[in-house]
Design a protein around this ligand. Structure first.
Ligand code: RAM
Length: 899
């Protein structure tokens, strides 16, 4: 046999063996793969089952947790025993878990295929520090004058180890952002740690396995920058939001082979000095003087000059909590090309509006200063455009030390940019520059591609809007002096975000902060974490993030815990509105309304799509009440379920009396008004069709353009599809003149813009006061693209994709859509092609779930699934004549065939 053929044959055998058998995959603890320092005494174990067989369901599971990897009898701390259940996530219910320990867990799963011999998988995790008393470390800070001078301290501690080490872990957090080094090597690959939480109520800590880095003699050095703790934040150029003192708290926890332990904590014996980072501000960038780098800093021999004694920071005792979401990490890299602007400047173009920083090799003489400025666009005249950054300087400054191959990047800052202007270099060599995207390390779960390249670019832009704005918290924009956790933006984008990436823990963390920031009367702030004043609360559609995100999260991930954790917060918010409402009408307070809706400059004809803000508020009031009532039902709070169910009827009735005419017109005759009323079911049955007609007429009035702002946009196409007008929804999607989704795409956008006309048709830019080119809100159309073009949709009654709908789009505008989604049960693959009048499709349904397949009725055709004629489940669902089939796990080839 020819060697190549042999190898191919061998590979086929191996891959067959690997991929054809059943197995357990993606073993996770609290959604994380082998987490370190998990701060949960009752973590959740989850897994997925892979199988080639059809209709496989889990019949039972058994989880065993042990202190040793061999699961010896006396090391076992929990054995669930065999539990008949299809659940693939199970909460720990064993002996109390001990801090700073490695635990091993294994799961056995019996399925309809593997009914006798179970499938097995094994993994582990380490626990965090469960009690305050476990922290021997003290908060340390620099001397008062250095804090006042806003210096960046480099903390340093030398320690020896005299025994053989079995385990070594670093527990660490800061007030500010930190970067830790052990013996000169950076610890871990996380950035912007400890992440952004409501720092006056809780600060996260991180845990790193440092066993490979420890020596007999060690230097632990940690730089602490301003971070969100004390950078300039909010457009008022105000800093020190959480305090005046940068501080560090850390302890190395050693377990020796002889079973003894040691702790090396931060305390009065630590020292600090200063280094090359002179300043580093989130909005403004970093100043780095390479001449201040000190070789003796990281080595244990020798002692750098000028070290100072630390002070203890005794100002407060903020609770420390474990890290809840995945930290920010380095992601994609981009190589630039050099372009010349119309005013003769050499500018680097990275081809993508991204968030992170530039890594560069700066060659020059000792003492030379190089400045790197960042911008999102070039203006109409082809010049580097930074006006829309407002007060954010977005500039990194490097003072060179003459070394020719040092790689620079900033530390406690990030920039939103596509273009960079480099000043102070004699010659610019493109190969010396690389942009690195940084964002919370979420797994990309969804992919999606269609036969329309502009729609594909739109999807690309949506994903990059998400990458650029999921920097530990969901922000509105990543470039100007804002970058804040606007609740409304997160609310409208959640469903799209959760198709694209695994945002489960990202939002669990943020929602806890939302609850912490709620005012005593239940009002929810405009931004979370909140840095605005006591009046910046309770705007409809923004504050409803408190109810809408937990609900959507539950539907997507199927984890009831999000509802039970958030329930008090959800209820407080609904009760806030109830207390403000009169006769069940919510008509007070400030509201952003349908933010950034369409309005022409000259509005003599009244074409501005202004929707009454209280009409909007009433719709969101109803939605929040409805979610609360449903959540109460699920959690078994019967009384609440009944009471809020009744309230919902009153709220809707009040809406109809106040805002609906007898002829089905709403007092605001706008797309957003109709869309919200239809989406949230505010109307009596007999008014639905007339309001739908009015909505369609309104779209036609604007010559097939949308006019919606932040609150109407997410529901516009979903409402059209829900009530049978996907044809109009497609026209809106494919519209490419302003205002539309594809207009920015045609203008060369690589992310979603804040405004429909961020760059106007004549090339001029919108007001620099508020004009971001990386703002995900309008990207909320992504949800409809997944659910209606690709045709994949979660089912509210079977959350977590245990049951989902697949309904390929059958329209002349698209000939193909292909995508996949890593659901909690496993990967779902949908790939359909429209050929002449027929349909061909591949579908993969994961184990333990079922797909409801909805196919278009095609005259004189039948459907063949995996070679056999398919029998429709119920035949007909509505007038569009759809065929319904329920498919269990497996891979299906589906084809329409002419009779
Ligand atoms: C601006 C941004 C943000 C929006 C608020 C109301 O700051 O557009 O996205 O939520 O206004």
């Amino acid at each position: 046999m020819n060697f190549k053929i042999f190898l191919t044959a061998l590979f086929c055998c191996i891959s067959h063996a690997l991929f054809s058998s059943e197995g357990l995959h993606r073993l996770r603890v609290d959604g994380k793969q082998v987490p370190q320092g998990l701060h949960n005494t009752e973590p959740k174990f989850s897994w997925q089952i892979e199988s080639d067989a059809f209709n496989v369901m889990q019949m039972a599971y058994r989880v065993i947790v042990s202190k040793d990897s061999v699961f010896s009898k006396n090391a076992i701390v929990w054995d669930s025993n065999k539990v008949p259940s299809s659940h693939t996530d199970v909460q720990y219910k064993g002996d109390s878990l001990v801090s700073n320990q490695t635990y091993y867990w294994k799961v056995m799963v019996w399925t309809t295929e593997a009914a006798i011999a179970p499938l097995e998988g094994q993994s582990n995790w380490t626990t965090g520090l469960f009690g305050h008393e476990q922290w021997k470390a003290k908060w340390i800070t620099q001397q008062k004058e250095d804090n006042i001078a806003r210096k960046i301290p480099y903390f340093r501690h030398v320690f020896d180890i005299r025994k053989k080490v079995k385990d070594a872990r670093l527990y660490i957090t800061s007030k500010g952002m930190y970067e830790p080094y052990l013996n000169g090597t950076r610890i871990g690959n996380d950035y912007f740690t400890p992440g952004w939480t409501v720092y006056d109520k809780r600060i996260q800590y991180q845990v790193y396995d440092i066993k490979e880095l420890v020596n007999d003699s060690n230097v632990l050095s940690v730089t602490v920058g301003h971070g969100w703790f004390r950078s300039d934040l909010v457009w008022k150029e105000a800093n020190d939001h959480y305090g005046h003192q940068l501080a560090l708290k850390a302890q190395v926890m050693l377990t020796y082979e002889d079973g003894t332990t040691d702790i090396i904590p931060t305390g009065p014996d630590w020292e600090y000095g200063f280094g090359p980072i002179i300043d580093s501000e989130i909005y403004h960038g970093e100043i780095y003087d390479a001449n201040r780098e000190r070789d003796d800093w990281y080595g244990p021999s020798g002692r750098p000059e000028g070290l100072k004694k630390v002070l203890l920071d005794t100002t407060d005792n903020i609770p420390l909590v474990g890290t809840e979401n995945n930290p920010v990490r380095k992601q994609e890299r981009f190589q630039p090309k050099i372009i010349k602007t119309s005013d003769g400047k050499q500018v680097l173009d990275f081809g993508q509006n991204l968030v992170g920083w530039i890594e560069c090799k700066l060659k020059g003489n000792k003492g030379d200063t190089v400045k790197i400025k960042h911008a999102e666009i070039l203006d109409k005249n082809g010049r580097f455009y930074t006006e829309n950054l407002r007060a954010a300087k977005q500039t990194n400054t490097y003072i060179l030390n003459g070394s020719q191959d040092k790689i620079y990047h900033p530390h406690f800052t990030f920039q939103g940019f596509r273009y960079a202007l480099v000043e102070g270099l004699e010659e610019i060599n493109v190969n010396d520059f690389e942009a690195v995207a940084l964002y919370s390390d979420m797994e990309q779960t969804g992919y999606f591609e269609t036969s329309n390249p502009l729609v594909n670019q739109l999807q690309h832009n949506i994903v990059w809007g998400q990458k650029g704005n999921f920097i530990d918290v969901p922000t509105d924009c990543p470039q100007r002096d804002e970058r804040l956790g606007w609740t409304g933006d997160a609310q409208v984008f959640f469903n799209t975000a959760s198709y694209n990436m695994d945002v489960k823990s990202f939002f669990e963390k943020w929602l806890k902060d939302l609850a912490l920031e709620q005012r005593a009367d239940g009002a929810v702030p405009y931004i979370v974490p909140n840095l605005l004043d006591e009046n910046a609360f309770a705007s409809a559609g923004w504050a409803d993030a408190a109810t809408i995100i937990p609900w959507n999260h539950y539907v997507t991930y199927g984890d009831k815990d999000i509802l039970s954790t958030q329930y008090p917060s959800m209820k407080k918010w609904v009760d806030y509105i109830r207390n403000r409402a009169q006769d069940h009408l919510w008509k007070d307070g400030f509201h952003f309304g349908d933010w950034l809706f369409y309005r022409p400059d000259d509005d003599n004809d009244g074409m501005a799509a202004v929707t009454n803000k209280y009409l909007i508020a009433q719709c969101f009031y109803a939605r929040s009440v409805e979610i609360l009532a449903k959540s109460a039902e699920i959690l078994g709070y019967r009384e609440d379920a009944i009471a809020y169910g009744e309230l919902l009827e009153e709220v809707k009735e009040a809406f109809q009396k106040e805002y609906l005419t007898n002829n089905g017109m709403l007092v605001s005759d706008t797309q957003t008004a109709y869309v919200l009323a239809l989406q949230f079911e505010m109307l009596p049955e007999d008014k639905i069709s007339v309001t739908m007609d009015r909505l369609v007429a309104n779209i036609e009035k604007y010559d097939m353009h949308l006019t919606t702002g932040f609150l109407g946009t997410p529901y516009l196409n979903p409402v059209l599809s829900r009530y049978g007008r996907t044809d109009i929804a497609i026209k809106l999607l494919l519209q490419d003149t302003y205002p539309s989704w594809l207009y920015p795409v045609k203008m060369g956008a690589t992310t979603i813009w804040e405004r429909w006309d961020g760059i106007k048709p004549d090339g001029s830019t919108q007001t620099p006061n508020m004009n971001s080119y990386n703002h995900y809100a309008y990207g909320a159309i992504g949800e409809w693209m997944y659910s209606t073009i690709l045709g994949l949709k979660a089912n509210e009654d079977h959350p977590g994709y245990t049951n989902f709908t697949v309904k390929p789009l059958f329209s002349d505008e698209f000939t193909r859509a292909k995508g996949s989604y890593m659901s909690p049960q496993g990967n779902i693959v949908v790939d359909w092609k429209r050929e002449s009048n027929g349909l061909q499709m591949e579908l993969k349904v994961p184990v333990n779930s079922k797909a409801e397949l909805v196919l278009p009725y095609i005259q004189n055709h039948r459907y063949i699934i995996n070679g056999k004629e398919a029998t429709p489940k119920t035949g007909q669902k509505d007038e569009t004549d759809l065929v319904f089939l329920e498919l269990g796990s497996g891979t299906y080839n589906i084809e329409s065939q002419k009779l």
